[in-house]
Design a binder for this molecule. Sequence first.
Ligand code: HEM
Length: 476
Amino acid sequence: MSLDSVLADLAAAAEDPQLAPREFPLMPEGEAVDMGHAEDGTPLIDPRIFDSPEFFRNPYPYYRILRDHYPVYHDKLHNCYWVTRYDDITECYFDDEGFNTIPKGSSSGVLGNTQLELSGIEHRRRRNLYGQHLVGKSLENRIPAIERLAEEMIGDWTRAAQQGAPYIVDEDGVRSVELGAAFANEFPIRVVCEVLGFPNEAQDDFFYWYNSMMSGLGGSDTHKQGVEARQHLEDYVAGIVEARRKQPTYLYDLDGNPISKDIISKLCETKVDGDYLSTEEITSNIALIVGGGGETTRGAILNMWRLLLSHPDQFEAVAADPDHWDRAFHETLRHSSSIGGQPRHNTYDIEMHGVTIPAGSLMQMVDFSANHDERIFKDPEKFDIFREDLYSGKLLRSGYRKEGRCSHMAFGVGPHLCPGAWISHQESVVGSKILLKHMSNPRLNTSRMPKDVDGVSPAPMGIVSTRELWVDYDLR
Ligand code: HEM
């Protein structure tokens, strides 16, 4: 697609009176706004819906219209093609040559030169540098550290309550705790810092750099701060790298015995084509690993607790048999993942479902919608950890269908499958088991939860992760 035709499309969209700003009414969850019908009765889609508060709180009925009537929807307002069916999306994800990941624009400056933008052999080489440290035996070795961090964070709650922390309140034998501020916001970052081997004394600085980098990815006004934070991180990492090249550091088990080198020490001794990785390359790996694993795992933990506590029978089942946490984790990621989808560029002209897509177009693969595709998952809006059609076994590295069941799409599939999938699974499950051990009779405190846009009813989960999750439990 040429730049001229893109500009022409945008100009046409801007002048189209039908694309002037429009407000949509808020609908009950699961029901779509009536945006009109074609002569044959097909429901119409007004692309302005995708920017509306209604869509952010209640996206699934709109994805259903897209899947049923416009499996590839050419959105001239946003200049992209939305792909919404499970089978189409998995096919594109596996075809790394036909559907390229795209330079992530502002992310390049903030995260540095990462593999996000690469494909093929180059991508595989970069990914293997750290990916091997997040799976298998290496991951097993890291579980004691995950357990210890969870215990330490929860062990601090009583002191926090006594000091009047805003996220924890003790009253009449009941503790109300906001699980985000008290646990899930920081836990995944602490875990990743630990397995990377990031020094404890720099963790506060690290949180500051992390938050600045994350907001730097989000918009132009915060981009400068993100780039500066990345530079500070790189300056700091330079010192660590110099020291670790001479003297590697280790992770220890609960008895203080060394179990393996931390990831930074391993990266320091990694050679590519005969050369050691540069400090810039090591910093980019650190930024990418932490950037990929913070907000996503936070969302998984909070969404899982929210969904389970809203379905007390399923919560009881998990409490009675901790093996069910694995099912709960996967069903949460199917039902309400923390990542909506991924952009791709098609490298040649294609036709999908009768829509011609010129080479180089922006195609939005909507993982949220794939996870709710009724062609794959029966009754997809229902949260059911015992559903028969979801594969919840050991995470599959290359496949996504096993034993006649499909996996959810929250980690993507194919060459870019999330390399943090295994560790985020362990963080969420191990962390939740320890949370439950400390909380007697936990239940949602909806009166403290953020409100919907009407300012009264509790905010639905929509397409963002739960912002605040207030839980009450009995103090023993
Ligand atoms: C529930 C938690 C998580 C979710 C839902 C998630 C989701 C995803 C998805 C959908 C992708 C694929 C992107 C694409 O296809 O272009 C991805 C890639 C990635 N994720 Fe995760 N992720 C999670 C946790 C983590 C963790 C804990 C880490 C690091 C420790 C991590 C690091 C990465 C990296 C480095 C990539 C880029 C992989 C590549 O391009 O080859 N993620 N993640």
